[in-house]
Design a binder for this molecule. Structure first.
Ligand code: DI6
Ligand code: FE
Length: 413
């Protein structure tokens, strides 16, 4: 039941766009029925709000307030872990060699196929709660560890159950084209037929799919196979995204742009033609420093080209057991700055308004604006730079989603 009464969130240092250059001191936010009706300097609060008889006032005690954080790229639902492969790689095996030796994605597929839906839900809920504790109010969850219809369905059902179990907005993405399952060894085209003609239509008909993704890479699927997946998504009017140019330059980003993808993700090997195509299509560049760091990639994404051509940059955890076993979106801010040399303003945009654009959910704006859902976070910090500066130190004080406090860890001031 939505609360139709007026709530006035007062005494905030408000960064409506999570931009350090635009902080409104002594700010107020007027919220009704879970949406923002007004925000700005409290001294300019319209009389209708200032004099409202039944308003509920909330004192944010001069805390810095940003929009709720958006994690636009996760594989959060999976069973087991790959710690032993991590040890193998420490002995020198590359990510691709591990994949070719039957490890990698397909080993998580074995675990995920074997897990019950309830066990999968329980394991995934712990990872979700870790993200929520840092101020995440919206995220994406991909399938891709089933590679058969029953298990892809199980993963997407768990993602929907997680959204029902916690105060968070979750967009699901079908990633059946994540890897080639053993039963289709040597028959990648036949598997893509199965993905396009059987799995996607069935899961979409069950209301489990909000977008479609494909891993376009030497160890995964070709441009032609990716294009067939995109065509199948288009037949169902589903938006698309792509894991592109992660380990090599395949031209995937250009293909994603041709299909007006919400985003192209990873992009370490992206070239200028791909950047220009993304800019012209409005495709967001989702950078995943956790994966770059964990597989010890050396090739940096072309940050300067993305800046020069004005391609929006988003950041996400890429939470997954193989290349990014992290549940800290704040750590991605730190890595975005330290590894990719992004500015504080860029990384904050990357997990708010640019992350929201990559997510493509109508209820997730990633910024404080009139009409948007009231999703915001108050922090125990003195400057927004601290969100990228600290690593592992909980600075989240209060999370509000759709106007309702969901996590309150405020220390008395
Ligand atoms: N790229 C990645 O880094 C993850 N998936 C993908 O397409 C890795 C997934 C895994 O190794 O389990
Ligand atoms: Fe990924």
């Amino acid at each position: 039941m939505t609360d139709a009464s007026l709530h006035l969130w007062r005494n905030a240092r408000l960064a409506p766009g999570a931009d350090p250059a635009h902080v409104i001191e002594n700010a107020a936010i007027a919220v009704r029925a879970g949406r923002i009706e007004w925000f700005g300097p409290e001294a300019e609060l319209p009389p209708a709000y200032a004099n409202a008889a039944n308003a509920t006032a909330h004192d944010l005690q001069a805390r810095l307030v940003t929009p709720g954080l958006v994690d636009c790229h996760t594989h959060l639902v999976f069973a087991g872990n790959r710690a032993e492969e991590f040890a193998m790689r420490l002995e020198g095996a590359t990510y691709e060699e591990v994949a070719k030796r039957g490890g990698g994605i397909v080993s998580t597929v074995r675990n995920t196929r074997a897990a019950s839906e309830d066990a999968l839900f329980a394991q995934s809920l712990r990872r979700l709660d870790a993200l929520l504790a840092e101020g995440v109010t919206a995220l994406e969850i991909k399938s891709g560890y089933g590679l058969d219809l029953p298990t892809e369905r199980k993963i997407l059902r768990v993602a929907r159950r997680l959204a029902a179990a916690r105060p968070v907005t979750i967009s699901t993405t079908f990633l059946g084209a994540h890897a080639l399952p053993a039963e289709y060894a040597g028959r990648a085209d036949a598997y893509i037929d199965h993905v396009c003609n059987d799995m996607l239509p069935a899961l979409h008909a069950e209301g489990l799919v909000d977008a479609v993704d494909v891993f376009c890479e030497r160890i995964a699927f070709t441009l032609d196979q990716a294009e067939r997946v995109f065509a199948a998504a288009a037949r169902l009017n589903l938006p698309v995204k792509m894991h592109a140019e992660q380990l090599s330059l395949m031209g995937g980003a250009q293909l994603a742009a041709k299909h007006h993808a919400l985003s192209a993700d990873h992009l370490e090997f992206l070239d200028e033609d791909g950047v220009i195509a993304m800019r012209e299509a409005g495709t967001v560049a989702v950078l995943l420093p956790g994966a770059f760091y964990f597989i010890r990639e050396k090739q940096l994404p072309p940050i300067d080209l993305l800046r020069r051509h004005g391609v929006p940059i988003a950041l996400a955890t890429d939470n997954n057991p193989g290349t990014s076993p992290t549940t800290s979106l704040l750590l991605m801010l730190n890595m975005g700055c330290t590894l990719f040399r992004l500015s504080v303003a860029e990384v904050l945009a990357g997990v708010t308004r640019h992350g929201a654009r990559a997510l493509g959910h109508p209820d997730v704006a990633g910024e404080i604006k009139v009409g948007a859902k009231a999703d915001f976070v108050a922090w125990e910090i003195d400057s927004l730079s601290e969100l990228a500066y600290w690593s592992g130190l909980d600075r989240c004080a209060l999370v509000v989603r759709h106007g309702v406090p969901t996590i309150d860890k405020r220390i008395a001031r």
